[in-house]
Ligand binder design. Structure first.
Ligand code: 5RP
Length: 217
């Protein structure tokens, strides 16, 4: 079984958490499976709040209504993928560059169900380069501050976020204390969002693997 099939398994299992109303929908290849599967039960929900233009387009193609978060308020459920999760369900996200809207929707949701293939579970976060969304004029300044924290930032050249900003992917950070690192990077002027989800981790992690799915809470 390949990685994509394992992602689809996790996405399928997340359908059990869909109870109705308007749900939050993340971004990425795992979520794409979720959106495609959600289309099969779209009569059960009123619509979705989307974390990216890409997911909005996919939801719309399936005839699922997309709402502005401002018009909806708090959500009962958010389903999204991750680049890494530790056993406390603290995450690295933003491989697809949608981290800011993802973090907003996660924070606005009562339950965050994260879906991934089982290769994403790690003991310590940081093997995956940590994405940081920055205001364009602050790119160099933020990069220098990240070096002072021990990281090696690499500008994701040619990529502009849905919010018109840039991404720095930070390697070699030792993320023993994800909450502290999240706060430190958030505090650098020019940083819009750091892709560490430690203050607001997932509530449920569904991992797809060759033998089925495993759920961590
Ligand atoms: C996008 C994300 C994605 O959830 C993350 O990159 C995982 O993607 P995939 O499901 O394609 O492995 O954070 O910003």
């Amino acid at each position: 079984m390949n990685q994509d099939e394992m992602k689809r398994r996790a996405a399928q299992a997340a359908l059990d958490y869909v109870e109705g109303g308007i749900i939050g929908v993340g971004t990425g290849s795992t979520v794409n499976h979720f959106i495609d599967l959600l289309a099969g039960i779209k009569g059960r929900i009123d619509g979705a709040v989307s974390s990216s233009e890409a997911s909005t387009a996919r939801l719309t193609r399936h005839g699922i209504a997309v709402f502005d978060l401002n018009a909806v308020g708090e959500l009962s459920l958010y389903v999204d993928g991750a680049d890494e999760s530790n056993h406390r369900l603290q995450l690295i996200k933003g491989g697809g560059g949608a981290l800011t809207r993802e973090k907003i929707i996660a924070d606005a949701s009562q339950r965050f169900v994260c879906i991934a293939d089982d290769s994403k579970l790690v003991d310590t976060l940081g093997r995956f380069p940590l994405p940081v969304e920055v205001i364009p004029m602050a790119r160099g300044h933020v990069a220098r501050q990240l070096v002072k924290l021990g990281g090696t930032p690499v500008w994701r050249e040619g990529f502009v976020t849905d919010n018109g900003n840039l991404i720095l992917d930070v390697r070699h950070l030792s993320i023993e204390d994800p909450l502290a690192i999240e706060q430190q990077i958030n505090a650098i002027p020019g940083v819009v969002t750091v892709g560490l989800f430690a203050r607001r981790p997932a509530d449920v992690l569904i991992l797809g693997g060759p033998d089925g799915t495993k759920t961590l809470t």
